[in-house]
Design a protein around this ligand. Structure first.
Ligand code: PMP
Length: 360
């Protein structure tokens, strides 16, 4: 068996110890004689797995006790519709900060339910920065303000939590949740698809402040009604049980590592290795503003797109896969989520140096 360094933006690499434990427990979870994926979601065994996963997530993020943690299906694109359905209530308008492709997708979906007000946009600068907080034009009557804490495609990440007054702050944290400590109390709602830093796709995590419950539009499907799901312990419908089990193992892995402060430090070291290399040379281009550089997704461009295929082939030959940039922007993108070891980033930097020397 040989494993590669997987730089996929998602579904992404899962920590190897987690995969090993899942493999060992595949046929018989802790003497039950069944695989977790064969268990009733309402049975004692699975209920304990879900409760353990939730407790670990609450500990890792220090989630305030009154906040609800929901394990849902539908992914982040699903949440782009589900959030407005649940939070609009009698309000008509939502504020957005547009930092790139995923912000735009979120606004497109929300426009089906509400007036979309762009409070600030990075479009004019080619989405290479987070618009400065002083420039945001906030609507005090907005149902909420939506940000994308890490633009997975553009590689633009918030390195501050914006102060937004009374309007609830809602964040799509799909590609940076659990990569660093977080002050959950500053947010009204956080959502994230699992397939980057948490585990398999199919699981969506929602963390919501309790006063935001109870305002769902009548058209909201029950399975996506936060209030009903909170009352049902995320079991109004069958939750993505196996994904929740793997998420629990990932949470345990993070705790054993020292939690989010330790993870954040490792992520900082990994990203610095790559960015320091990019800063010290002129072959590759990396246009994102330094104070908005993502520690999770690092896009870079070769001087000539005709070299892209050669670069990717050479990387693959060295056991590094999924470095191709998103089709919308082209170039390369190294996604270096929690599960990417430092050795993977080191191997990439070594290869980049070697490639530039041969093609520069
Ligand atoms: N938001 C962000 C920030 C993402 O990175 C992604 C997936 N790449 C999505 C939303 C969409 O997630 P999904 O396909 O799971 O709905």
């Amino acid at each position: 068996m040989s494993r590669v360094f997987n730089f996929s933006p998602g579904p992404a690499a899962v920590p190897e110890p987690v995969l090993r434990q899942a493999a060992a427990e595949m046929l018989d979870w802790q003497g039950t004689g069944t695989s977790v994926m064969e268990m009733s979601h309402r049975g004692k065994a699975f209920m304990s797995i879900q409760a353990d996963a939730e407790a670990r997530l609450r500990r890792l993020l220090a989630v305030p006790a009154d906040y609800k943690v929901l394990f849902l299906q539908g992914g982040a694109i699903g949440e782009n519709a589900i959030v407005p359905m649940n939070l609009l209530g009698t309000r008509r308008s939502i504020d957005f900060v547009d930092t790139g492709e995923w912000s735009r997708r979120t606004m497109q979906e929300a426009a089906r339910y509400a007036h979309v007000h762009v409070a600030a946009s990075g479009a004019a600068g080619g989405y290479t920065a987070v618009p400065a907080r002083e420039t945001w034009q906030l609507d005090p009557d907005a149902a909420y303000l939506h940000i994308c804490s890490n633009e997975t495609i553009g590689g633009v990440q918030y390195h501050f939590t914006p102060e937004v007054g009374e309007v609830p702050l809602v964040a799509d944290m799909s590609s940076d949740i659990l990569s660093r400590p977080l002050d959950v109390a500053r947010y009204g709602l956080i959502y994230a698809g699992a397939q980057k830093n948490i585990g398999p796709s199919g699981l969506t995590i929602v963390i919501v402040r309790p006063d935001l419950l109870g305002h769902a539009l009548p058209i909201t499907p029950s399975a996506f009604n936060y209030t009903l799901q909170a009352e049902a312990g995320s079991m109004l419908n069958t939750p993505p049980t196996y994904a929740i089990y793997i998420a629990g193992l990932v949470f345990a892995w993070l705790e054993a590592l020292g939690g989010l402060p330790a993870m954040a430090e490792l992520n900082r070291v990994k990203a610095a290795l790559l960015y320091d290399h990019l800063d010290g040379q002129s072959f590759y281009r990396s246009p994102v503003a330094h104070d908005a550089r993502s520690l999770m997704n690092v896009p870079f461009w070769l001087p000539d797109a005709r070299l892209d295929a050669t670069f990717l082939q050479g990387a693959e030959a060295r056991g590094m896969v999924q470095l191709k940039g998103h089709r919308v922007v082209g170039g390369m993108r190294a996604s270096i989520y929690n599960a990417m070891p430092l050795a993977g980033v080191q191997a990439l930097v070594d290869y980049m140096k070697d490639f530039a020397a041969r093609h520069g």
